[in-house]
Design a protein around this ligand. Sequence first.
Ligand code: F6P
Length: 342
Amino acid sequence: MRKIGILTGGGDCPGLNAVIRAVVEKCAAHGIETFGFAGGWRGALNAEGKWMTLADVENLQAQGGTLLFTSRTNVLKEENGPERVKATMEKLGLSAIVAIGGDDTLGVADKLNNMGLNMIGVPKTIDNDLAGTEFTFGFDTAANIAMEQIDRLHTTAYSHNRYIVVELMGRHTGWIAMYAGLAGCASVTIIPEFPKTVEEVAQIMLERKERGLDYGIIAVAEGCEFADMDLSDANLDEFGNVRVAEKDVAERLAEALKKRTGIPTRHTVLGYIQRAGSPSVFDRILGTRMGYKAAECVIAEDYGKMMALQANEIVAIPLAAASAGRKVVGENLYKCAELYFR
Ligand code: F6P
């Protein structure tokens, strides 16, 4: 009987469980057993986890988070990391691993695949910034949660004649901020792809004041930099990513805007609520379709591939695509949103 492993790495994300369910079910239907590694690459390094049953994945697509736990462990930074993964695969008799994760997790999978360990990747991130795929599951749920919170914040901002700076997730790109800010009618949305200065944001607030509007929402992606505000004192994680939550972008921006405009300005950080809880229908279906296609690759022994959504079809593209740069918010979308920065 053929056997494979499956793991989830990086930040958790609504839709991960839909992928796990689809892989386990489709593989089982072809007589392939699936070992679920616990805690991403950490489980693969230490041979930790369990053999998955159909009972484990019953109705799993409806649940947020990941049944298998996750970590940001980087195999390539561990002593004899690739050898340890190889030993685990041999010990458990696995012919391949399906790795579900963002650019870090899939980058590791690509390198291991190049070293001769069979890997298949499924892209995941609420940030939606993975190249090669038009959308990643998790993003739709996160953007909807963020939009709902912005909708709510309008009423308290209005009632108190004040601005609220809302910090959204997105350490390198501003997809969540852009979608939620535009859909939720923010007075301005600031994203890493199209930087603004504090002064420019202050001007928008002052112009609104002249029109009798002394309240509003300012959406800001957590990864933003400002030429006129220092945010350089941040920590790095194991992959060298800035721990953006520690930059306090919204808090510092709100403070700076209050100083410059004299308009009361508060801040709120939406944080982990954006990736918590049950996935939207879009994310359940996208996760299911990607898991199904990944299992088809397992069955066909078509390794070194990453699943991708292209023109509404799920296709298998080279795994290297995950590390081939980021998908950023483009000018057309930004220009459309900019019309409402007023
Ligand atoms: O990469 C997805 C993401 O949600 C980012 O938007 C965020 O910066 C990061 O994960 C934070 O995750 P953690 O605090 O778990 O490392």
